[in-house]
Design a protein around this ligand. Structure first.
Ligand code: FMN
Length: 273
């Protein structure tokens, strides 16, 4: 299966995060499998925005033939804003601000400051991708919405460590971002909390492998669902998940996935005995 075949199954394609300067990323080993998910410490490897805009983006647009969302990273609000300024072009459908990479050391300014700086310079839809590590996610969501975000993406990975047989870290950087099945309850909690704070669109992700997983994110308040780790093992997953979604809704007592939206926010009826 080619990258184009995978892309044909999608409503939209989100790029890997692009930063102002090229980055080699972290030293290998950068990926580790664990029992319930995977760890990655890629460290935002990317060709840098000049080369990305000149070569990578047109290439992606040609291959995927789907709306392309560009993920933007940086180390201060100006980094993000300068990249956003350059994304006002036809081959960019939306911008996702990666405010949550666990694999780089530099502490960025607050999420809201970065969103505000980008909002000033770009009219494209702006999504704020947040970390599940946030101590008060609802407050962060309200802050980025006030700063001008058009949507929220949740969740990025959680920080984790894997040890080898001799008890040394598998990843050269020791810790990496933990993704895959174990992340699903964390993602559900984050999307649920975010939905209590905003009516903006929410892209839910974290451990989705089946239509039921996607439905659970929708029930918590996601308007879109994204797939990550599952694609390593099953590049056909987008089509399969989409196919399973309607059945999963029926099995949960809903006529359609749309009618399950927000179901996890309904008060639980307690049966008196
Ligand atoms: C190998 C790998 C690379 C990733 N790179 C990025 C990235 O560049 N920017 C970003 O915002 N998230 C990145 N992520 C995080 C995913 O987009 C997603 O938020 C996370 O993995 C949870 O979803 P999943 O469990 O379906 O993978 C990466 C994840 C993996 C596994």
């Amino acid at each position: 299966m080619t990258a184009a075949d995978v892309a044909q199954q999608l409503d939209a394609f989100v790029t890997k995060t692009v930063t102002p300067e090229p980055r080699e990323g972290n030293a290998p080993t950068r990926i580790a499998e664990t029992e319930f998910g995977m760890l990655n410490a890629i460290g935002l490897a990317n060709p840098g925005r000049a080369s990305f805009l000149r070569e990578t983006l047109p290439q992606i647009a040609r291959i995927v033939e789907r709306p392309v969302w560009v993920s933007v990273g940086g180390f201060c609000a100006r980094d993000y804003a300068e990249t956003c300024e350059q994304l006002a072009r036809d081959d960019v459908a939306a911008i996702e601000l990666n405010l949550s990479c666990p694999n780089v050391d530099e502490a960025p300014e607050s999420a809201a400051e970065i969103v505000a700086a980008c909002r000033e310079v770009v009219a494209k839809p702006l999504y704020a991708k947040l970390s599940p590590h946030s101590w008060d996610l609802a407050q962060t969501v309200r802050a980025v919405e006030s700063a001008g975000a058009d949507g929220i993406s949740l969740v990025n990975t959680l920080r984790g460590v894997a040890l080898d047989a001799r008890l040394r870290p598998v990843l050269a950087r020791t810790a990496g971002g933990y993704s895959g099945p174990a992340l699903k309850p964390v993602a559900l909690a984050a999307v649920h909390a975010a939905r209590t704070a905003t009516d903006l669109p929410i892209v839910g992700m974290g451990g989705v492998r089946s239509g039921r997983d996607a439905l659970e994110l929708i029930a918590c308040g996601a308007t879109h669902v994204a797939l990550g780790t599952v694609l390593f093992a099953d590049p056909d997953a987008p089509l399969r998940v989409r196919r399973e979604l309607a059945d999963a809704a029926m099995q949960a007592g809903h006529a359609s996935p749309e009618s399950a939206f927000g179901a996890a926010h309904e008060p639980v009826a307690r049966l008196a005995n």
